[in-house]
Design a protein around this ligand. Structure first.
Ligand SMILES: Nc1ncnc2c1ncn2[C@@H]1O[C@H](COP(=O)(O)OP(=O)(O)OP(=O)(O)O)[C@@H](O)[C@H]1O
Ligand SMILES: [Mg+2]
Length: 290
């Protein structure tokens, strides 16, 4: 090889290194429990896969084993096997329906939830190995914030924040934004309002939330969308099949399909509307700005 060719090869490999595919890391959070994070994440992952995305889902709700129950799968290993036995991330990567790659959270281990610092380091080191392997890494977390989930949210590219339109769920979601924003002002949130009776209800609830965050935290968040309250979701939970697969024509599934398209295309988020802000602003201001 002459000098010119060697130079060209070096340039090529530099440019390949620069374009090395990075994974988009997205965490799913909520303030209140039971608002639909785990069901959302599985069906969202499946709809993104349908669009050609390579997705890995991680169940960080350690000890509560929600994702495998919702998929009807029995994982051989889970996150704690990786962390406590220093297994590699590749050995705990499992496959669910449609080949969905996931790492289980493990069940019945609530007492081990608080990891030691070196265990958290190991977890994050292994997680980094997934970079470039998947287009998207979706991390499910339990309700509220634990040390682990907080670190994941702060390290992620963006946080999808789920709430229902109920004031209690919205107030708890607001606390999550407030805490994470105080630690990382550049953190990016995409709000999903789940279980709405009409799309308009979702937009109104989302708008109230967006304005409250703007007003009290001087922060912009995006309203990503609203998902209807749909009996198919509970039916699918009972069947232990993600609703997107069990009932692909259900309103919730069709909505997820649209959300996945919007997520990939980075299309305009839902515009906010002013919908009776006063009550919510009063609640938030009473609870959080004293
Ligand atoms: N769009 C929806 N329509 C109707 N029911 C829903 C919807 N989303 C969630 N649910 C109901 O809420 C229940 C709880 O959902 P899920 O387990 O996904 O919540 P979660 O936020 O992950 O809970 P946790 O905080 O305990 O992890 C589901 O079993 C289902 O019955
Ligand atoms: Mg869950």
């Amino acid at each position: 090889m002459n000098q010119d060719q060697a130079h060209q090869l070096r340039q090529l490999s530099n440019s390949l290194a620069q374009h090395k595919k990075m994974s988009r890391v997205v965490t799913v959070a909520s303030g209140k429990g039971g608002v639909g994070k785990s069901n959302f994440i599985l069906s969202f992952a499946l709809s993104l896969m349908e669009l050609g995305q390579k997705v890995v889902v991680i169940d960080l709700d350690i000890g509560m084993a929600n994702l495998d129950i919702l998929m009807g799968t029995t994982p051989k290993y889970h996150l704690l096997d990786m962390i406590l036995e220093r297994k590699s991330i590749w050995s705990v990567l499992e496959r669910g329906p449609q080949g969905l790659e996931y790492i289980a959270g493990g069940s019945g281990l609530k007492e081990l939830l608080q990891l030691r610092e070196e265990e958290r380091h190991y977890f994050f080191r292994e997680l980094e190995k997934l970079h470039g392997y998947a287009d998207l890494i979706l991390i499910d977390t339990g309700a509220g914030l634990t040390v682990e989930s907080q670190q994941c949210h702060l390290a992620a590219d963006e946080v999808i924040l789920l709430t229902t339109p109920e004031p209690t769920a919205m107030a708890d979601a607001y606390s999550v934004v407030k805490i994470l924003h105080s630690q990382k002002p550049t953190i990016s949130f995409q709000l999903v309002v789940n279980r709405v009776s009409r799309q308009k209800e979702g937009i109104e609830a989302g708008s109230k939330f967006k304005f409250a965050v703007q007003r009290f935290l001087n922060k912009e968040i995006t309203i990503f969308g609203a998902i209807p309250d749909d009996a198919a979701v509970m039916q699918a939970v009972l069947k232990q099949v993600p609703f997107y697969l069990a009932y692909p024509r259900a309103q919730a599934s069709l909505t997820l399909k649209r959300l996945a398209q919007r997520f990939i295309n980075g299309a305009e988020a839902v515009p906010a509307e002013d919908g009776g802000m006063k009550g919510f602003l009063r609640t938030i201001s009473r609870m959080f700005t004293s």
